[in-house]
Design a protein around this ligand. Structure first.
Ligand code: PMP
Length: 420
């Protein structure tokens, strides 16, 4: 294949790709290692975005690459609904062991996060024989019809794509009176007897890295269970060590009835999972769940290697240390830059909410400027938030101190530049 420049590839992209698919950067990546990405022109970037939180153990980790190669040489696909294979079973066992709750659990594997959330809803509805699902303001659950409906933000996710799926109800998230609001909600919007599940991201991701107060989920889950409602934790962005616990919901000591896991699970290979109480997961009739590629063997092999690397290289410890370093730095910046309103998130799922003006209005334009500044200066970073004003970090846990310092220095220069 001919080697093309970023600009040439950009032209071809405009010609052949739907403009409905957005992209933060104009650069085309050729390779990656750890927390460094290299574009087709040989320029290197420090990666603070990690493929939207999918690369927590870093790009092309040698053990994961080896596992992918070895499985690909043996068998890439036979479909889990026709013939099964050992890596899927080993992975299901592992997922049941690492997720919170001492009760027996079971698993179904899928390809994307949205698919996992869709299936969690299907299972919850089947089990409870109830139609309604309660979700939250600022939630993000995916881009399929159902998960787009469950997602909160209109543009870019929902605008023009209606009509939406029925029986999705949305309540405020994470305020101190939060759990009790559910009672109010039952009076005003939906009967508790009609509600199959409350679906929540323990720490909201796309919606702005919002972590609810320390006693929030205990109260919420109690009200759910008192009313025969299942609690589903969408851990697709917050899970697998990102917040300093294996799963973010563990910060609240709550055991979800069903969980969704994705992103880092197979270190960049498309794989997601629904993990839940065995009794709930077994309610569906045979063949009611599935999909051609769900639990693909190469993805399962990558996930097993991810699990091995996670433990043997103390990824949780690395994540906790990274979270602390980020928090310390962000606190210093908060004193320095008026632009920084709040430090958001938990552990290494940390962001900065940018604000401006006497009322602290969301500074979305400035967040965009900061993202662009960073990209131009060799740091890949993302914004998020309902108002687009939160700069978030989803840094590979394997980042070296030197790379982290360089990345933070670019961010700080950017903040200084924009604050002028
Ligand atoms: N749920 C959450 C909490 C997410 O952050 C995402 C992806 N950002 C999804 C679901 C959807 O995952 P996917 O893009 O793999 O479909």
């Amino acid at each position: 294949m001919k080697v093309l420049s970023n600009a040439q590839l950009g032209d071809l992209r405009s010609q052949y790709f739907s403009s409905g698919l957005g992209c933060v950067s104009t650069k085309f990546i050729e390779s990656g290692q750890g927390s460094i990405l290299r574009d087709v022109e040989g320029r290197e970037y420090i990666d603070f975005a990690g493929g939207i939180g999918a690369m927590s153990v870093g790009h092309s980790h040698p053990k994961i690459v080896a596992a992918i190669k070895s499985q690909a040489e043996k068998m890439t696909h036979c479909c889990i609904m026709i013939n099964q294979y050992p890596p899927a079973i080993a992975l299901a066992e592992k997922l049941c062991q690492i997720t919170p709750g001492e009760f027996p659990k079971k698993v179904v594997l899928f390809s994307s996060g949205a698919e996992a959330v869709e299936n969690a809803v299907k299972i919850a509805r089947y089990y409870t024989k109830r139609p309604a699902i309660i979700v939250f303001e600022n939630a993000y659950h995916g881009r399929t019809l159902l998960t787009m409906t469950m997602t909160s933000k209109m543009k870019p996710y929902k605008f023009g794509f209606g009509p939406f799926a029925p029986e999705i109800y949305r309540m405020p998230f994470g305020d101190v009176a939060g759990p009790e609001k559910l009672y109010d909600f039952f009076v005003k919007y939906v009967n508790p007897e009609a509600v199959a599940a409350v679906v929540a991201e323990p720490v909201q991701g796309e919606g702005g890295f919002i972590a609810p107060p320390p006693d929030y989920f205990q109260g919420l889950v109690k009200i759910c269970h008192d009313n025969g409602i299942l609690f589903v934790a969408d851990e697709i962005q917050s899970g697998l060590g990102r917040t300093g616990k294996m799963f973010a919901i563990e910060h609240w000591g709550v055991e979800p009835d069903i969980m969704t896991v994705g992103k880092s699970l197979a270190a960049g290979m498309p794989l997601s999972a629904v993990v839940g109480k065995a009794e709930i997961m077994d309610c569906v009739h045979p063949w009611g769940l599935g999909g051609t590629y769900g639990g693909n063997p190469v993805a399962c092999a990558a996930a097993l290697a991810f699990m091995e690397v996670f433990e043997s290289e103390n990824m949780l410890g690395k994540s906790i240390a990274l979270g602390k370093k980020l928090h310390d730095r962000f606190e210093k910046w908060q004193k320095k830059f008026d632009l920084i309103g709040e430090i958001r998130g938990l552990g290494a799922m940390l962001g900065l909410a940018l604000v401006k003006g006497p009322k602290g209005e969301p500074a979305a334009e400035e967040a965009g400027q900061l993202v662009n500044y960073c990209h131009e200066n060799g740091l890949i970073i993302l914004s998020c938030g309902t108002y687009g004003n939160v700069i978030r970090t989803l840094i590979p846990f394997v980042i070296t101190d030197d790379q982290l310092e360089k990345g933070l220095a670019i961010m700080e220069d950017g903040l200084r530049n924009i604050s002028k």
